[in-house]
Design a protein around this ligand. Sequence first.
Ligand SMILES: [Zn+2]
Length: 103
Amino acid sequence: MGDVIEQCKECVALLGDYLDGSLPHERADALERHLSRCMPCITFVRTYKKTSVLAREALAAQMPQELVSSLQQFLSGAIPGFRCEGKKGECGGSAHKPDPKKS
Ligand SMILES: [Zn+2]
């Protein structure tokens, strides 16, 4: 079985490590192969790479709230360590734990 990534979801999961440079060479290779032929992923990576956190926030502010929520939920599930940086409850997702200080 070759090291091939067929699923965009898997691709997104590896992206954080890939951009960090911490992804093993084989996986990075497989990821690049996927990225070379999957237009949605190419677009996603381009945007992801060149967008600063601030720009992402500005972009997010222009996005419909529904889309932001589902995107953040998807990312927090797909990318280890990804955290929603929106205000608490804004994304409506599982990224936010209830504040333990509140009773
Ligand atoms: Zn893809």
